[in-house]
Design a protein around this ligand. Structure first.
Ligand code: SAM
Length: 253
């Protein structure tokens, strides 16, 4: 997969893209990153990328011309058509399903907004606007890094064990089960004995139930679309009921 990023702050990406797992993924050739300075597509001596909003109002708006030129030229540099993403708090909210969709593309081109956002005509050359959550950041660089990180770790050969991506939170439509490592006993807190049993079938069953329990307790909203058997759904409902009974507390009459 190839990922192009267009930003007015290209220098802030290298420490993230070059380090840790993303750097290893790049070195292995699992993903190719290229970060571009939007100012390279300006045509005035000040390399201007923003201007005042028509109609007045606070802040500046990113001009359409440099973004159009950048997207068109970068698209033409590679025979694979890029899927163009605009980082935007008004976009589709990023979740693991969207990460999987983006990870399946051959090529992504991510445009990072700044200031009050981009001239609305930029939306005509964008395939998808993506938000990383219902809050407003100063720019699209952190969202772009979030997208790149989440998408890269799903590329073949990046994770040491592909099963870890399959079992993680959200991949089953559930949160992940609790994880433990050594020591087996720590300050009086013991690891659940089943995990030390070596019985992989029972461990898998325990993990599945714990994933359902954790989801029911922390994110019951996810259960509606999770793939559960009737028995598992009844288990989840019981957990939710027990919790609301506990919340009501002891009967006072
Ligand atoms: N005025 C815009 C609005 O109200 O929708 C917000 C602009 S924000 C200050 C500047 C840029 O940061 C946006 O164009 C976008 O690229 C990026 N950005 C901010 N918050 C974001 C979020 N939650 N998800 C994705 N991108 C975001």
């Amino acid at each position: 997969m190839r990922i192009d990023i267009v930003s007015i702050f290209p220098e802030i990406f290298e420490p993230v893209l070059g380090g840790s797992m993303l750097g290893i993924a790049r070195d292995k050739g699992a993903v190719e990153f290229a970060v571009h300075d939007l100012r390279d597509w300006t045509d005035d001596k000040h390399r201007t990328t923003d201007d005042y909003p028509f109609g007045g109002g606070p802040g500046m708006v990113m001009k359409p011309e440099p973004i159009y030129r950048a997207v068109r030229e970068l698209a033409s540099r590679d025979p694979r058509r890029p899927f163009v993403v605009l980082t935007c708090p008004q976009g589709r909210r990023l979740d693991q399903r969207l990460v999987e969709e983006l990870a399946a593309k051959e090529r992504l081109l991510i445009v990072c907004g700044r200031y009050e956002g981009v001239d609305d005509r930029v939306r005509d050359i964008v395939d998808l606007e993506v938000s990383i959550g219902d809050y407003v950041l100063t720019g699209g660089e952190l969202p772009a890094m979030v997208i790149v990180d989440a998408v890269t770790r799903l590329q073949p050969g990046v994770l040491a064990s592909p099963a870890s991506a399959e079992e993680e939170s959200f991949s089953w439509g559930l949160l992940e089960y609790p994880q433990y490592t050594r020591p087996a006993s720590f300050e009086g807190r013991d690891v659940p004995p089943i995990l030390l049993s070596g019985d992989h079938k029972r461990i898998a069953q325990w993990r599945r139930l714990e994933a359902i329990r954790r989801t029911a307790l922390r994110r019951p909203d996810l259960l509606a679309s999770a793939d559960l058997t009737d028995e598992e759904r009844a288990f989840a409902e019981r957990i939710i009921e027990e919790r609301s009974d506990q919340a009501k507390g002891p009967c006072s009459d």
